[in-house]
Design a protein around this ligand. Structure first.
Ligand code: DX5
Ligand code: ZN
Length: 222
């Protein structure tokens, strides 16, 4: 069976208890903590910055998967990695295409895994030629900006197309509307890394129960 990882997104957690949210993800057996950084320009909301990454770094030993939804990613690469990001994913739409190779190289040079995220409308063909510089691709299955939006099933063919082109060294991740009804469809399309916000940090159940429900939907027992 493929090695699947679930990355709870603390954007959906209680902002008054972020360290606890990360620790609950770790105790639930998550593979990483997903950290959504929003600047109020690339997306409408402002979420949090590198000081939050530092706080989460101190709270958990899990990898920190930082998703940069910011308009000027270049100036943020080194500070976020110095603050503890294990992986740094920037948006392909946030920089000119010819700037992307340099940005991805800078992420690796600073010691993190390099990722590129694609909004729902973004053509995956832009990834051609970039795969050697990438450790992960994040396919957005909602419009970036908010937790709790419905999954867009029309992203499944895009996921399959990328899975068919990406080398095995590149992790294929999905983000947006991932719950026990959608996660297996994404796995069947080739994703192995699943970001989940509101299905894990929910008033309906504990973080452990949320992660377990996703695992069960993937066909994993533990
Ligand atoms: C949305 C963020 C997501 C968000 C996912 O822009 O990138 O990581 O927290 O939340 P759900 O899983 O609720 O769609
Ligand atoms: Zn995200």
């Amino acid at each position: 069976m493929a090695a699947y990882q679930i990355a709870p997104s603390v954007l959906a957690a209680d902002f008054g208890h972020m360290a606890r949210a990360a620790q609950e993800a770790e105790q639930a057996g998550a593979g990483a903590v997903h950290v959504d950084v929003m600047d109020g320009h690339f997306v409408p909301e402002i979420s949090f910055g590198r000081r939050m990454v530092e706080a989460l770094r101190a709270a958990t030993t899990l990898p920190l998967d930082v998703h940069l939804m910011v308009r000027h990613p270049a100036r943020h690469v080194e500070p976020f990695i110095a603050s503890g990001a294990t992986a740094l994913t920037l948006h392909a739409e946030a920089a000119p295409h010819d700037a992307l190779p340099g940005l991805l190289r800078a992420i690796r040079a600073a010691g993190a895994r390099a990722g590129l995220a694609l909004k729902p409308a973004t053509d995956p063909d832009l990834l051609a030629g970039l795969f050697p510089l990438l450790d992960q691709v994040l396919v957005m299955t909602v419009e970036p900006g908010y937790s709790g939006q419905p999954f867009q099933p029309q992203m499944l063919p895009k996921l399959s197309a990328i899975a068919g082109q990406a080398p095995a060294t590149v992790t294929l991740a999905v983000d947006g509307g991932i719950d026990e009804h959608t996660i297996k469809r994404c796995a069947d399309a080739g994703a192995t890394f699943f970001v989940a916000g509101s299905s894990v940090y929910s008033p309906r159940r504990s973080v452990a129960e949320g992660v377990k429900a996703l695992r069960l939907a993937l066909g994993q027992r533990t």
